[in-house]
Design a protein around this ligand. Structure first.
Ligand SMILES: [Zn+2]
Length: 274
């Protein structure tokens, strides 16, 4: 889920776009709008994109529809997790007002959030509204939807770190994410920055996650995807255990078995990343 709806704050800083909890709201499946009540809809594999505006009139939605298959392939191949046919419905409102009105009626836990992923037993639903950065919201929330359709559960920090990682265009994932510049600055502040995965793992409620927590979750994900072979093997093994319904324990325990101080590894990794 993505952050506050306060427009004035949104304009001042991209950094406040924190995500929020994943809602499990089974009732929405039966109380949401039918597909033909939207102005337009398009099906791509297991995805159905519903929109209040004709899809071809929006460059962002049109682009998103085209990139959906590669987004899904990118996530499942990077993480070596299986895809499935569970439907994912993506709902695009033409205005913040329409989005807020719908969320207030159907998913009150999501009020005050910029975008939303709702998990139901039968399918996942993404809710966004059109604004200049809607493509980022679409990729972020759809990442949650894909992860939750493949995995029986996923730790909060990892869920958000991955959504932050995949929310940018594919060509920017490794070296063009807005988090990277600040994370590299943080990494140089050796005495002032203490990225602590164990602390991140203790956060159970997304409302407790700060902007710094999101950036650090992203940084750990980056390290686990692009870092040393051991780090990539740890992530792969961890997700394989989750997929197999084996209680995985904290991922930080696995890092500590390889590195006495994983934070130091992360710091030097970020400093040297191009
Ligand atoms: Zn999120």
């Amino acid at each position: 889920m993505r952050g506050p709806l306060n427009v004035s704050v949104m304009k001042t800083s991209r950094l406040i776009f924190v995500s929020a909890t994943i809602l499990t709201f089974v009732g929405l499946a039966t109380t949401g709008r039918a597909a033909d009540e939207w102005a337009d809809y398009q099906t791509v594999g297991r995805f159905e994109v519903r929109s209040e505006v004709p899809i071809r009139q929006s460059q962002a939605i049109s682009e998103f529809v085209l990139l959906l298959p590669s987004l899904e392939r990118g996530i499942t191949s990077s993480l070596n997790i299986r895809s499935n046919n569970k439907p994912i419905v993506i709902n695009v409102f033409q205005s913040q007002q329409n989005y807020q009105k719908f969320v207030a009626q159907r998913a009150q836990e999501g009020r005050g959030r910029r975008a939303l992923f709702v998990e139901a037993e039968t399918h996942g639903s993404v809710y966004v509204y059109l604004h200049e950065d809607v493509l980022t919201d679409l990729r972020h929330e759809t990442t949650h939807a894909i992860l939750h359709s493949s995995l029986p559960f996923i730790p909060l920090w990892l869920d958000e770190g991955l959504a932050e990682y995949f929310e940018v265009a594919r060509e920017h994932r490794a070296s063009g994410n807005p988090h990277l510049r600040r994370a590299k600055l943080d990494a140089r502040l050796i005495l002032a920055w203490h990225p602590n995965l164990t602390q991140l793992e203790r956060i159970q409620n997304l409302s407790a996650m700060t902007t710094v927590n999101y950036r650090e979750s992203w940084a750990w994900v980056h390290f686990l995807l692009h870092g040393p072979d051991e780090a990539r093997a740890i992530l792969a093994g961890y997700l394989a255990d989750i997929e197999a319904h084996d209680p995985p324990g904290p991922l930080s325990d696995r890092l500590h078995r390889v590195w006495p101080k994983p934070e130091r590894e992360l710091t030097s990794y970020l400093k040297s990343w191009k």
